[in-house]
Design a binder for this molecule. Structure first.
Ligand code: SAH
Length: 244
């Protein structure tokens, strides 16, 4: 049984290793998510990681580190470019009373997310199909979230422009990054982060369980409102981030 008793025991330990104690219900929902993800992935490409241990460590424990490090303040949050649902779906399972929006541009991934949210009965989760930088120009979405996060979506500067317009004053963005930031990524991003109303507060490093590697969480506070010229169109964002 790939997602049976043994996996549940391991998942409990992997979660504890990143500072999270999961309820039995949450552990069982994660097992169901893992099983369905791997099955659905045979038809629709959602992830390259499909072994039960790897899914538990590199998708689930990695996502849970945001809770373990106390980086989710109360209030509605948004996961930008959630793809197969990481970190957002896992956060919703671990903290079912938290309201979370999953923003995703790709329809096939949106279909998967809508399906699995129903299956898991996650009532506080909404799927929003769209591009973050387009939502961010509309008053309905702008500065509405207590926190935003994103994993494996874009370099920090681009990510900041996708996410910071959505974050309310006093809230923050947590960018989930690899063991080290790409060369110069932080320094390249810093001036734009400032223009967007953000301030890089801290870098938090996380060791994945079982020596599976290190991750860096970049915490960016929203200290001023984002000026109305941001976010720009994707074409302009790309052009400018190349020019930097
Ligand atoms: N966060 C997931 C998926 C990473 S792949 C994980 O870590 O496993 C990046 C995803 O972001 C893709 O599904 C892509 O469609 C989506 N994406 C990229 N740019 C986006 C944008 N500007 N707005 C919304 N979704 C975006």
């Amino acid at each position: 049984m790939a997602w049976g008793q043994e996996w549940l025991q391991d998942m409990d330990n992997w979660a504890r290793a990143v500072g999270v104690t999961l309820s039995t219900g949450a552990l069982e929902r994660l097992a169901q998510l893992g099983e369905e993800l791997v099955e659905y992935n045979q038809r629709v490409n959602l992830t390259a990681i499909t072994g039960p241990s790897a899914v538990g460590i590199k998708h689930f424990a990695d996502s849970l580190s945001l809770i373990g490090r106390n980086l989710l303040p109360p209030g509605r949050g948004v996961d930008v470019g959630t793809g197969g649902g990481f970190p957002g779906l896992v956060l919703a399972i671990a903290a079912p009373d938290r309201a979370i929006d999953l923003v995703e541009a790709n329809q096939k991934k949106v279909d998967w997310l809508s399906y699995i949210i129903l299956r898991l009965g996650l009532e506080e989760v909404r799927v929003v199909r769209g591009r973050a930088e387009e939502l961010g120009t509309s008053a309905a979405w702008r500065e509405r979230y207590a926190w935003a996060t994103a994993r494996a979506v874009a370099p920090l500067a681009v990510l900041a422009e996708f996410c910071l317009p959505l974050v309310a004053l006093g809230g923050h963005l947590v960018a989930m990054k690899g063991p080290t930031l790409e060369e110069g990524e932080l320094e390249t991003a810093r001036p734009l982060v400032g223009q967007l109303g953000g301030r890089i507060r801290e870098l938090v490093s996380v060791d994945l369980p079982e020596g599976a590697g290190q991750r860096t969480l970049v915490v960016v506070e929203k200290v001023r409102p984002t000026p109305s010229q941001f976010p720009r169109t994707m074409n302009r964002i790309k052009r400018l981030s190349r020019g930097n």
